[in-house]
Unconditional design. Sequence first.
Length: 383
Amino acid sequence: MFLQLALAVFVAAAGSATPLASGTAAAERPCSSPYLIDRELPGGARWQLCWEMRTIEGLTLNRVTYVPKGSPAVSVLRSAALAQIHVPYDSGEPRYHDIGSLGSAAIPLTDADCPGGERRRQVVCVTTRPRGHAYLKDGFGDPALRRSKQGRELVVLSAYQVGWYTYISEFVFGDDGSITPRAGATGSLAGTTTAPKHGWPIGVGSRHFEESHSHNVFWRMDFDIQGASRDVVEQYDFAGDRTKKRALKRTVLRRETKAVNQRMRWWRVVDPKVRNTDLHPVSWEINNSDSAQYRGPSDEAFTRADLYVTQYRACERLATYNVAPKCGKSVDRYAGRERVKDPVIWVNVGYHHVARDEDADPMPVHWQGFRITPRDVTAKNPH
Ligand SMILES: [Cu+2]
């Protein structure tokens, strides 16, 4: 059966509870065509955001707002962008930092690159696609209770030529309120030759060993759940390894933090004053469980954590080789011990690329990314 949908997410600031205006926030958008994306997916979930192609970071999404079916709009992200692609090779050299002027490397897209979608300013594709089952539920003999639904997702993507590689940067917005940033590496192998212990034989026989390497992709996510104030980052662990019980352990990250992945560990950004109709605080969960967790030498300390929490600072834009004057150079330096009032989350996802014959040529896309999932944004499944 369908659920009651008259949810009223409200802000209770300074003791007062202010209901949010329902429906569209488009009038408040700080952008307009062709930079405005406002898409309602089949089933009723709606995403609203602005994009820009920044010279340094490339595709940058601003003011991301989620409007669940039948519910008021909730702003999620002030901005989201790639923050670095660090590519160290297994022999020790070379060690590339592929982001510095990503916007100027943007590739004009064709219709074939953007199936069923719209190309904006030639370099950004906005489209939707199926995402498989949203749910499937047996009716236990009652056809009226039998439920099945296919999900859809909104995709905003751009592509960049960096040396021999082509990078695809995708931000995927699900009709379930999820956000999946991911980067795909394709194009051609660099053709870097190495000793057998650092590579894999590519081409006829065993003459050319293509050098293995990592792609350590960093994203910068400035969360603003209904504005910049009050957002808090929490880390969740579940104690009880090798026993029958599991006990939830919550750690509030009140200060800047260099966090590492652990089995079952996840984080969330929560605004304790913004509640769903069950009175649970609205939050988004961050899960970074697919990383190869590359750890480099001491002069690459930025590789030694999987998620950084920092206090917002406008000049901190890239995870390494940050060029702003009077600003830190890399994300490990941003994460000191400052108190966090407006959190920025930096997610580091590693992929170890050991080339194979199938990589020649064109190289099939290898994807890497992480997941952001709504946690208590709506009181029930809105669909
Ligand atoms: Cu690669």
